[in-house]
Design a protein around this ligand. Structure first.
Ligand code: ADP
Length: 595
């Protein structure tokens, strides 16, 4: 079985196929110049001309070439907004949420979403996972992610720092920790991802605590065509003096600045280095500004973390340019960072992901790491697949929605319905031996009365009244969340039946959500009686994960999850008109287990 990783850029697509168990890379596809006549699909040295096709068609061409069975697909998604801070299983609801995030990354997200849609169409039953570039930076402290503007305005418009390249920063930090044989949680690492886009990240104890890209990928380092840091006042001056519209300014800052703007020869660092070596003044300035900005960030991130254990270069420039590495590391001796000229002539490769380039006497380490976002996404997808193992081969859990009801003792039945009365069967309910009764009573609370609450038979050793939170507000009683049967020290309630009244001193509870399981189902799910689990509901547009769900296992039970009406409404689950325990047409899936 395999995991497919899809990385859809605005004009290119990368697709790698990994063996699921070992993450051995089996195949690698590249599509370039999507949306132009020159669009071409490459695998190793085989090239197929695709003609003028868009993302969807290009992805289909890749999928058609993959004969290996796929068990999960990992998608690179550039922006996860506030909500997505972990690799996430893509459901219909998640896809809708992604569509709502498009304005945060209008250049990239549509391509990412196109990839998801085509794969869902082609492989509807395969687990699809979104891995977000922004997710690794979810740990940025408030002080690092906040711009100094009125926070009401900031929140209203989502003006905050997100950071990007998270998958690459995480990968590099992990690889370095492995090489150093020191737990990531004990290291302070500065990762410099220097590609066409470029960013620096301070990774402290395995968490991103600072990064140079901000609300958009425009902030920070000098990049191929992006300006990086610039005085906001300069933008106002530019717009005024050049008479540019916002769109023109946007285009200029993203496409015409950075190395391209400074050098005048384009955005390719190789060309700029070559010309600079020949004495081209503009190219020399471009490199000087690039390196100076980078050194400034490294120093400031060491200050933020109170030191640095490892400095990492990655991305096209970081991996390949020993000149940029050596220029950057000049005078970093005060941080205990000393480059080794010989070692620095090496570059990482597929067979050697991490190359140490620091001198043996350097107090701290310097590395060049081969960026491999696809491998990181494959790892994240594999981890989610393993975690959700029960989900992707789901045995659905039928959901029943439990309306307010009560259980009575025989004595209570006689007080409420008359001497010698017994409970009479209206209809059996799903749990064997239990039945909805014809008998109903009124619940009288200090605030209001709820009329006609149905009794569930057979009689029990203690009375128990199960209501929802909303019912509690109606009654004016605050009842605890309890497992069925546990009524100790719960509040009492007055019951009024056709033949009499009864004031319970205890017995009113809000039932804890739970799943009834027969022993075979429990075995299949890998759970035991009294385990507490999370359950995902793929609802009608309101996906929800219920935590704190108690598992109850008994040969007397049939597999069914019981939630109350409030919970069902929150998940947009419909229920029948009558119903004590009304089976719904929805199914839940067991997401994870915690005991
Ligand atoms: P992207 O951000 O588009 O994925 P890459 O990580 O592939 O970009 O990096 C592209 C950059 O790497 C380009 O500026 C390219 O010039 C630079 N680069 C590649 N090889 C070298 C090299 N040997 N020396 C200097 N720069 C290089």
């Amino acid at each position: 079985m395999t995991i497919l990783v899809l990385n859809c850029g605005s004009s290119s697509i990368k697709a790698d196929v990994f063996q699921s168990s070992t993450l051995l890379r089996l195949r690698s596809f590249r599509v370039e110049r999507v949306g132009t006549e020159q669009c071409v699909l490459k695998e190793a040295d085989i090239e197929t001309r695709l003609g003028d096709v868009g993302h969807a068609e290009a992805i289909k061409s890749i999928l058609n070439k993959i004969e290996e069975p796929i068990e999960a697909i990992g998608h690179r998604v550039v922006h996860g907004g506030e909500r997505f801070v972990h690799p996430t299983r893509i459901t219909t609801g998640v896809l809708e949420d992604l569509q709502n995030l498009v304005e945060l990354a209008p250049l990239h997200l549509p391509a990412n979403i196109a990839g998801v849609e085509v794969c869902r169409e082609h492989h509807p039953t395969v687990l699809q996972v979104a891995v977000f570039d922004t997710a690794f930076h979810a740990t940025l402290p408030r002080r690092a992610k906040t711009y100094a503007i009125d926070q009401e305005i900031a929140v209203r418009h989502g003006i905050r720092r997100f950071g990007f390249h998270g998958t690459s920063h995480k990968w590099s930090a992990q690889q370095v920790a492995l090489t150093m044989q020191v737990p990531l949680e004990e290291l302070r690492i500065v990762v410099c991802h220097l590609g066409n886009g470029a960013s620096v990240c301070a990774v402290e104890n395995g968490r991103s605590i600072e990064t140079s890209m901000g609300m958009t990928p425009l902030e920070g380092l000098v990049m191929g065509t992006r300006v990086g840091d610039i005085d906001a006042g300069a933008l106002i001056a530019l717009a005024q003096k050049e008479g540019w519209s916002l769109e023109e300014l946007d285009l200029f800052l993203n496409k015409e600045c950075g190395l391209k703007g400074l050098s005048g020869v384009g955005n390719d660092m190789r060309d700029i280095l070559e010309r600079s070596a020949e004495g081209d003044d503009k190219c020399r300035l471009a490199i000087n500004v690039f390196v100076h900005r980078l050194r400034k960030y490294i120093g400031s991130y060491a200050a933020v973390m109170g030191g640095i254990d490892a400095l990492v270069f990655t991305g096209g420039i970081g991996e390949n340019s020993n000149v940029i590495r050596s220029r950057t590391c000049q005078n970093l001796g005060f941080l205990g960072l000393r480059l080794d000229a010989d070692a620095n002539s090496e570059r990482p490769s597929t067979s050697k992901t991490v190359v140490e380039v620091s001198h043996y006497a350097s107090r701290n380490k310097i590395f060049a790491v081969r960026a491999d976002e696809e491998m990181m996404i494959a790892k994240d997808t594999q981890a989610l697949f393993n975690e959700l193992d029960t989900v992707v081969r789901p045995m659905g859990i039928p959901i029943a929605i439990s309306a307010r009801h009560l259980h009575l003792t025989q004595e209570a039945v006689e007080v409420l319905f008359g001497k010698g009365a017994t409970l009479t069967v209206k209809a059996p309910i799903s749990q064997p031996g239990q039945f909805a009764c014809n008998e109903k009573v009124d619940l009288v609370g200090p605030k209001r009365t709820i009329k006609g609450v149905r009794v569930i038979g057979p009689v029990r050793p203690a009375c128990q009244v199960e209501v929802s939170r909303t019912d509690e507000y109606t009654l004016g009683i605050d009842a605890p969340i309890r497992n069925s049967g546990d009524v100790r020290n719960s509040p009492g309630i007055k019951l009024v039946g056709p033949a009499g009244e009864l004031t319970l001193t205890e017995g009113l509870i809000c039932a804890r959500r739970h799943i009834h399981m027969d022993p075979d189902s429990a075995k299949a799910f890998g759970v035991q009686d009294k385990d507490v689990v999370e359950v995902a509901i793929d609802g009608a547009g309101r996906d929800l994960i219920f935590g704190d769900v108690l598992v109850r296992v008994s040969p007397r039970y049939v597999l069914e999850m019981h939630i109350d009406t409030d919970e069902a409404n929150a998940a947009e689950l419909r229920r029948g008109d009558v119903g004590i325990l009304q089976a719904s047409s929805f199914q839940a899936t067991l997401r994870s287990k915690k005991v």
